[in-house]
Design a protein. Structure first.
Length: 295
């Protein structure tokens, strides 16, 4: 690695860390040039293990020694000229706005997202995030999806970016382990009509997670996934759809989904947070033979 000690956090060499918003880093007009910032050694390590290519690193000086294995991995794969910008703890706090518990960042290259058809070709159980905009919830859902063996995750065009710094950090780097893509790309008109039609054509039964009068229980959904369920009720491929914070799923989505499914509430509680409800649904719908997505 090529160590570059910073004298000034205004140095243009580190503009990607200091002066560009996450939307500017994403570069919607030219996604192949897009960048995201991975924060913490754990997230960086999982990204590298998944083959994500770094552009540079920004490391708090006391953490240099602890990053030695990561740097050796980068040297071996991408060459020894990768820049590591070294900052003092005080400089890094000015850059990030808060003190990092693990003082390392990396600017990393985005990759081309696969099509829904390619991503879901062998999937039996997938999750769809509809217009979920809170990065903490996106990261938590991705982490639960990885832990509970969901085959793929789809995000509607208005959902937050799983590669935004907070989402990736909350996910503990599992955004690089669970296959995911956008359904409809950036076309906000593609969901729900065209998106649901595509899922139906791919053979998925779509289940809207909503507290409706005609909702079936999570236990009933789990029964229909089992091999001993009657043929007329058996579900082979399932797409679970989770709605945005506060308002939940849109009426159009609920109306066009094959099923609505609810998690029964007690003590007068109206609903769970979407991250919590997704974890419950992922656990309840696990099927025999599902393979772990992470070790």
């Amino acid at each position: 690695m090529r160590l570059v000690y910073l004298d000034n956090i205004e140095d243009t060499m580190i503009d990607e860390y200091t002066h560009l918003t996450e939307l500017q880093l994403r570069n919607r007009l030219e996604p192949e040039k897009g960048v995201f910032i991975a924060e913490s050694p754990k997230v960086i390590s999982r990204a590298l293990d998944a083959g994500v290519e770094p552009k540079s690193f920004l490391v708090e000086e006391p953490w240099l020694a602890g990053m030695s294995e990561t740097f050796a991995q980068v040297d071996a794969r991408w060459g020894e000229d990768m820049p590591v910008y070294v900052a003092s703890p005080e400089q890094l706090k000015l850059i990030t706005g808060y003190r990092l518990h693990r003082g390392a960042l990396s600017a990393m290259k985005r990759w081309a997202l696969p099509s829904v058809a390619d991503l879901c070709r062998d999937a039996k159980r997938i999750a769809v995030m509809e217009n979920i905009v809170d990065h903490t919830n996106v990261g938590a859902i991705m982490r639960s999806a990885a832990a509970l063996n969901v085959d793929a995750v789809l995000l509607t065009p208005s959902s937050a970016d799983p590669l935004y710094r907070r989402a990736a950090r909350v996910s503990m780097g599992t955004v690089f382990q669970v296959p995911w893509t956008r359904i409809g790309g950036d076309d906000t008109k593609a969901w729900p009509d065209a998106g649901l039609q595509e899922l139906h054509e791919l053979g998925f039964v779509t289940a809207a997670m909503a507290l409706e009068d005609d909702s079936i229980s999570m236990q009933e959904l789990s029964r229909r996934l089992r091999d001993d369920a009657p043929r007329s009720e058996h579900i082979d491929r399932l797409a679970m759809i989770f709605g945005t914070e506060g308002d939940g799923l849109s009426h159009r989505t609920i109306a066009r989904a094959d099923l609505t499914v609810k998690i029964a509430m007690g003590h007068g509680v109206d609903s769970l947070n979407v991250a919590a409800s997704s974890a419950v649904a992922f656990w309840a719908t696990q099927y025999e033979g599902a393979q772990p997505t992470s070790s």
